[in-house]
Design a protein around this ligand. Sequence first.
Ligand SMILES: CCCCCCCCCCCC(=O)SCCNC(=O)CCNC(=O)[C@H](O)C(C)(C)COP(=O)(O)OP(=O)(O)OC[C@H]1O[C@@H](n2cnc3c(N)ncnc32)[C@H](O)[C@@H]1OP(=O)(O)O
Length: 161
Amino acid sequence: MHYIECFGCGDVDGGLHMTSTVGEEHLVRSRFEVTRAHQGAPGLAHGGLLACAFDEALGSAAGNLLRRPAVTGKLETDFLRPVPVGSTLYIVTKLDGVAGRKIYVSANGRLDAEDGPLAVRARALFVEVTFEHFTSHGSADALEKFSQTAGRSREDWDINP
Ligand SMILES: CCCCCCCCCCCC(=O)SCCNC(=O)CCNC(=O)[C@H](O)C(C)(C)COP(=O)(O)OP(=O)(O)OC[C@H]1O[C@@H](n2cnc3c(N)ncnc32)[C@H](O)[C@@H]1OP(=O)(O)O
């Protein structure tokens, strides 16, 4: 799932420009490059921006692994180490479970390498929604744009791979 106007993964000025890929053992790997635009304290990433990066990584995992539209219901973050400007967070997300519409995911973010020091941990509950969630609360035009730019139609979502 990729939407070019998404703040997390899209081609948006000032956005996070994150990329995510599904790898071995159904783990989703995401990267977040921390720039000066993401600062809170001087030279360090803002905690809210880091939470956003994890929302993106966790949401990307829920969406790409299950191929169901879902939105964040709950997001928890543990900030274990400062994350400096100029560093890259290597985020690995796993699917912990599904119960009805509830999708549980968790992630670890390590500094500058897959095996770097653990800097941020996060857990989230995503809730599966229908497309009407986006048309009734968002914008039908934006949803159409998503369908076009993601290269898939709404009907594709009915298929559970
Ligand atoms: C086109 C595609 C593009 C793809 C779109 C991809 C988007 C990804 C974007 C990145 C992620 C985001 O930023 S998403 C944006 C931020 N999030 C949002 O805007 C969500 C706003 N909240 C809502 O719309 C709603 O509260 C929902 C959809 C989350 C839930 O409402 P609902 O549909 O009425 O369902 P509800 O019965 O309340 O909840 C269903 C089950 O989840 C549980 N539940 C719900 N919320 C919580 C919670 N905070 N903490 C614990 N549990 C919760 C309930 O107890 C229930 O459990 P049980 O009784 O079944 O046991």
